[in-house]
Design a protein around this ligand. Structure first.
Ligand SMILES: Cc1cc2nc3c(=O)[nH]c(=O)nc-3n(C[C@H](O)[C@H](O)[C@H](O)COP(=O)(O)O)c2cc1C
Length: 378
């Protein structure tokens, strides 16, 4: 019997309808990078662009939102970290700072820089950051490392702000759904950047995307976005077949000229030289995936006593900024996911054009097939 052909085009999913976007393609937040042009490019194309505002002060976030709105009239997401510091950050003193700086000092000096001075941590408040998102009525508020307080989620609902929470385990997905979040990012450990775990330590929450995604899809009734290791139409099609309502891509966009990464970082990704990545807490104090270069080995070694997040981040940033200026990628913190070598496109728009053209060949069949599967299960 001929397959039942549905009237719904492949690109229309519960999530695209909820967000008011044309394609189920999300540019994941790339915290620490200026992705204003990238976010606008992806949103203008019909996907969802994002901006990672994790360490920014409220005024700076306000300015970013205004800039993105000046660049695109389409929906976009602003992303925050619910948990902004680890235990001990406020108490950590100059001795601990000096001890953690010691292994980095020879490299800072070699690059002609001055080692950073100790500065007591004064923190950044998630609530104050979130206030800006609420006041600005951003279209989408995405977050990782926890669940925002109930009052914030309630206010999002009242303002019509769509909330999207990151999950690294099936249990985290259930917790997000129970809290009333609108959609979930199933974030596999192939992904570049941080593991945003919040129920158990990140080291105990290491699911691969293809295991995590269908488990979350089976567990929750809200749309699920697949993230981690997706860098072309093959990965995107596979994720859609596993029940994703959209795919979220980070590393492949980091290779684009709109993504805000340093030229040396982009080149590494685009030339297939970012193939060896691993997870470490040594760059920031929290577990994150980056290229396994000389700096990775140093900050992950026994020589380094890692400071609580975000103190370690500031410490390593000093060296990596110097290394970037000197064109020394082996001493830079180079975020990348496991599929970095699949990234080919220096232009985000060209990447999206190709992705959609390729998906249009296979995604309609996946859409028909997955609807038939769901009917079979019910
Ligand atoms: C450099 C970098 C920074 C990231 N920062 C954030 C962030 O601040 N918040 C967030 O939710 N996800 C963040 N991510 C995750 C991405 O949004 C996305 O989910 C992930 O990159 C998808 O996997 P991929 O790297 O294999 O494409 C970051 C990823 C990278 C590579």
């Amino acid at each position: 019997m001929a397959p039942h052909i549905t009237d719904t085009p492949w690109n229309v999913t519960p999530l695209t309808e909820r967000l008011g976007i044309h394609y189920p393609i999300i540019q994941g937040a790339l915290g620490g990078f200026d992705t204003r042009p990238l976010a606008a490019t992806v949103s203008d194309f019909g996907g969802l662009g994002s901006f990672g505002a994790l360490g920014l002060a409220p005024d700076a976030i306000k300015a970013v939102i205004a800039d993105i709105r000046a660049l695109t009239s389409k929906p976009f997401a602003i992303n925050l970290w619910v948990s902004t510091q680890d235990e001990g950050a406020f108490e950590s003193g100059p001795e601990a700072f000096a001890r953690s700086l010691r292994p980095l000092t020879p490299y800072v000096e070699e690059l002609g820089g001055a080692p950073p001075a100790f500065k007591a941590f004064d923190g950044v408040s998630f609530e104050a950051q979130a206030r800006v998102l609420l006041d600005a009525k951003v279209p989408v508020f995405s977050f990782i490392f926890g669940i925002p307080p109930r009052e914030i989620l309630n206010e999002c609902r009242k303002q019509g702000i769509v909330t999207v929470g990151g999950a690294t385990t099936p249990e985290e997905a259930s917790a997000l759904e129970q809290a009333g979040v609108d959609a979930i990012v199933a974030s596999g450990f192939e992904a570049g950047g941080h593991r945003g775990s919040f129920l158990r330590p990140s080291e105990e929450s290491l699911f691969g995307t293809f295991s995590l995604l269908p488990q979350i899809v089976d567990r929750v009734s809200i749309p699920v976005i697949a993230a981690g290791g997706i860098a072309d139409s093959r990965g995107a099609a596979a994720a859609l077949a596993l029940g994703a309502s959209a795919v979220q891509i980070g590393t492949a966009f980091l290779g684009s000229e709109q993504g805000g990464a340093a030229p040396v970082h982009r080149e590494l990704i685009l030339q297939g030289k970012a193939g060896r990545t691993a997870l470490s807490t040594g760059f920031t104090g929290r577990l994150a995936r980056a290229v396994q270069n000389q700096l990775f080995e140093l900050v992950s070694s026994n020589e380094m006593v890692v400071l609580p997040y975000p103190l370690q981040r500031a410490l390593v940033k000093n060296l990596t900024t110097l290394a970037e200026k000197a064109g020394r990628p082996e001493l830079m913190q180079l975020w990348a996911g496991q599929s970095a070598s699949l990234s080919r496109y220096p232009d985000a728009r060209a990447f999206l054009d190709q992705l959609v053209a390729d998906l249009a060949l296979i995604a309609p069949a996946i859409s028909v097939w997955s609807k038939a599967m769901r009917r079979g299960q019910s």
